[in-house]
Write a protein that binds this ligand. Structure first.
Ligand SMILES: Cc1cc2nc3c(=O)[nH]c(=O)nc-3n(C[C@H](O)[C@H](O)[C@H](O)COP(=O)(O)OP(=O)(O)OC[C@H]3O[C@@H](n4cnc5c(N)ncnc54)[C@H](O)[C@@H]3O)c2cc1C
Length: 269
């Protein structure tokens, strides 16, 4: 498994639970990529795609805002224009409904799927299911998000809406600027995304998994030295023909890398 972030560590752990002998290859520090600096939310309700109807109307405001979610190098515009057109077309209402239906079975069971890994790794103190409260400064701004909330409801997400008074009772510390609230009870969060990856990794290592520290990024040329690892050029669409479903560390071709059988350096578990 290449990459010891949240995805790599979870996938490696599931393979290991399935009886495979697994090693993780990491070029930098485990858990210090995207899995380090995220919001830590487990959003099973997150069925709305980024390309929603009308999203294009927000683009000028986003581009002018230095803290906005979009920035664009203008010289790159011709290259990215075909993708942008596809992005806008993907936001048609019927496409968005189909995408939401497809996303729900994928993201809905997030917490349930994580639970067995978290409990065997003794990381229950890092994962909480308290729901997510979304707050709005006006009834109008909530209405602008109505399609997204409808899509979540249509796909089985239970949602409670609150007016200003109810919101105050629910969350007394909240600023009085907020007039509407929507609570999604099924969602959860981790109080420390890095610690969660590290705790899962530690359990993976204790259970016989290995962390292979590659001095530099694992590449096809190194993998090519092994009869069991087949490099796939990114340009080819060929699927690999592996001789075994999982990769055995004892036959690793990565001779120039260090093997860590114990806790990785820098871990703060
Ligand atoms: C600001 C922000 C907020 C976010 N908030 C949320 C959130 O609230 N909820 C949520 O679910 N998601 C959130 N995300 C997304 C989430 O962080 C990522 O989807 C997730 O962390 C990806 O995990 P990963 O293991 O795939 O990647 P990473 O954590 O980046 O791990 C990849 C690892 O692979 C290693 N690597 C890469 N290439 C190689 C190679 N060739 N050889 C060896 N090692 C290699 C890297 O060094 C790295 O350690 C957020 C993302 C950002 C940026």
């Amino acid at each position: 498994m290449i990459g010891a972030g949240m995805v790599g560590v979870c996938a490696a752990s599931w393979l290991q639970r399935d009886g495979h002998s697994v090693f993780l290859v990491e070029a930098a520090e485990p858990g210090r990529g995207a899995s380090f600096g995220n919001a830590g939310c487990f959003n099973g309700s997150s069925v709305t795609p980024v390309a929603m109807p009308g999203v294009i109307r927000n683009v000028p405001r986003w581009l002018l805002d230095p803290l906005g979610p979009l920035s664009l190098r203008w010289t790159y515009l011709p290259a990215i224009a075909p993708w942008l057109l596809r992005f806008i077309r993907a936001g048609a209402p019927e496409k968005v409904r189909a995408q939401a239906r497809a996303l729900r079975p994928l993201v809905g069971p997030t917490l349930e799927t994580l639970k067995p890994l978290v409990s065997t790794a003794g990381a229950g103190d890092l994962v909480h299911r308290l729901g997510h409260l979304y707050v709005y400064r006006s009834a109008e701004s909530l209405e602008r998000d109505r399609l997204a909330w409808d899509l979540r409801r249509e796909n089985g997400v239970e949602i409670d809406e609150f007016d200003a008074d109810e919101l105050r009772q629910l969350e007394p510390a909240l600023s009085r600027d907020y007039m509407r609230g929507v609570l999604v009870r099924e969602n959860g969060h981790t109080s420390n995304p890095l610690a969660l990856v590290e705790r899962l990794l530690e359990h993976f290592l204790r259970s016989g998994g290995e962390l292979v520290r590659a001095g530099r990024k694992a590449s096809g040329s190194k993998a090519a030295a092994s009869p069991r690892l087949q490099p796939i050029p990114a340009s080819s669409r060929r699927m690999p023909q592996l001789s075994a479903p999982a990769l055995s560390p004892s036959r690793s071709p990565l001779r120039s890398v260090t093997r860590c059988r114990s806790r990785p350096s820098g871990a703060t578990i």
